[in-house]
Design a protein around this ligand. Sequence first.
Ligand code: PMP
Length: 430
Amino acid sequence: METLSEKMFERSKKVIPGGVNSPARAFSSVKMEPPFIKRGDGTYIFDEEDNRYIDFVGSWGPLILGHCDKDVVDGLHQVIKTGTSFGAPTAIEMKMAELMVDSLPNIDMVRMVNSGTEATMSAVRLAKAYTKRNKIIKFEGNYHGHSEGFLIKAGSGALTHGVPDSLGVPAEIAKHTLTASFNNLESVENIFKANPEEIAAVIVEPVAGNMGVIAMEDDFAKGLRQITDKYGTVLIFDEVMTGFRVGFKGAHELYPDIKPDITCYGKIIGGGLPVGAFGGKQQIMSLLAPIGPVYQAGTLSGNPLAMRAGYETLLKLRNNPQIYDKLDKLALRLEKGIREAAKLSDIDITVNRVGGMISMFFTDKEVKNFEDVSKADNEQFIAYFKEMLNSGVYLPPSQFESLFLNAKMDNEHIDFTIEKARDAFKKLTR
Ligand code: PMP
């Protein structure tokens, strides 16, 4: 008999392309149909049939406090009674910006937008205006949203679906995006040598999460700052995923000596509501309209609901730094448990982890860049994913994505997951 999710997917597909509002949700990468999610509670989500899953997706990163965190929900209730949007300055935008500027070492000023895509798109425009140059360097397998200049050798859904380049991106635009290899400084140097006066920005995910979790090596990070300084190029950290995730100060906790000129945010800073932000040096940020010549705007930018959900989330994280230790310990427990479980069944896996971000590749090789990622066995992953889902563990539907732990998780959730992984690996070897 058809499940409610199956029925809803059929209906949705008639009116929404592919039945989803973002491609990865369609689960086509794992060759199955997605459950429709009805509600969330702490660490769990429930589908339309009331099947319960431990949620390791967390809305793809924002829900570091888990679903329906009391402070976030209470804050939203308060706001909603007073109106949902004004298109005029509000106190909560000011407080949010102050909190970010006070907390983050490389941010003098910040501008709010509605998604990570908008943040990176605007950051690059700013960098181009600041340097009066047109080209950017990005890294193969990094994902910076779906604006035109970024859909070139992109990660995440674009990677999973095997269509790294999108139709509709004109060649004249794509030619301004040059692609280097992550953790390979020589590939960056070569591009600079060939285009010494032309590179406006280098944009990087300091801990890549969109080809699975891969951190920048220290020398690579240092090298990026040195080479961008040498050539007068803006260094942009895309911390849409890592911001307030790999530590309260994001990548700064991991690479304190590397100071990006612009940093992009999203996900956690909206506490589960649509948001993005980009900030950086005053000198650069002052180029933005209305005080400068770079136009950027948004009807719902700084929306009171999104700001309040984000503000409550950031306050809680700031006031409870032990959350990061907890996420780190839980993720370490998961990492060890998964490794041991795979070993029991002689399955080759490589686990990469940074704090509470973790991913697992079906390969016995070290995974340090996109080339390594692409060698992982996808059929094994698909079988594993399905087993885990059937056992009540909701993983990202691709090994090229990060799992996200949340603050409501405990050892018992991790141990349950390890136990189910052990069973899943056993079935793979049969
Ligand atoms: N940058 C990074 C690093 C991301 O992970 C994402 C989304 N996963 C984006 C940008 C785009 O953000 P959004 O989906 O909010 O547009």
